[in-house]
Write a protein that binds this ligand. Structure first.
Ligand SMILES: [Zn+2]
Length: 124
């Protein structure tokens, strides 16, 4: 409780609008009414379902809606492509080292290099 503030703001003498919902004991709900439901005469407990989508006060631009999140590229797929790029780069370096040696690399090595380069370009 904050010192200095009245402790009975929503007590018997509170003059604001109160919720019109009926309690199981037969009385009326004592909470302040502010929800749009039933002409703005319902409290947060009796005002019905939360507002959805653009109607919700927390909605800004839709970047975090279920639909927007479902359209985002998968982080696992992105990480997998990144790992594959590292593996390809390593294999390319290893194959290029064969050209520095005394023996001429075979055609298969050159063909593998060309295939790796194409795969690497497709992953960029
Ligand atoms: Zn209520």
């Amino acid at each position: 409780m904050t010192p200095g503030l009245p402790t009975n703001r929503f007590g018997k003498n509170w003059s604001g609008k109160r919720c019109l919902a009926r309690t199981r004991a037969g009385g009326q709900c004592q909470k302040p009414a502010w929800r749009a439901a039933e002409g703005g005469r319902r409290c947060n407990l009796h005002g019905g379902l939360s507002l959805r989508g653009k109607e919700h006060p927390g909605y800004v631009n839709g970047a975090h809606t279920k639909q927007a999140i479902a359209l985002r590229p998968s982080k696992t797929a992105s990480a997998r492509r990144s790992m594959r790029r590292v593996v390809i780069a390593g294999e390319i370096c290893s194959l290029l080292g064969m050209f520095a040696g005394p023996h001429k690399p075979r055609r298969r090595v050159a063909e593998r290099l060309i295939a790796l380069e194409a795969e690497l370009r497709s992953l960029l």
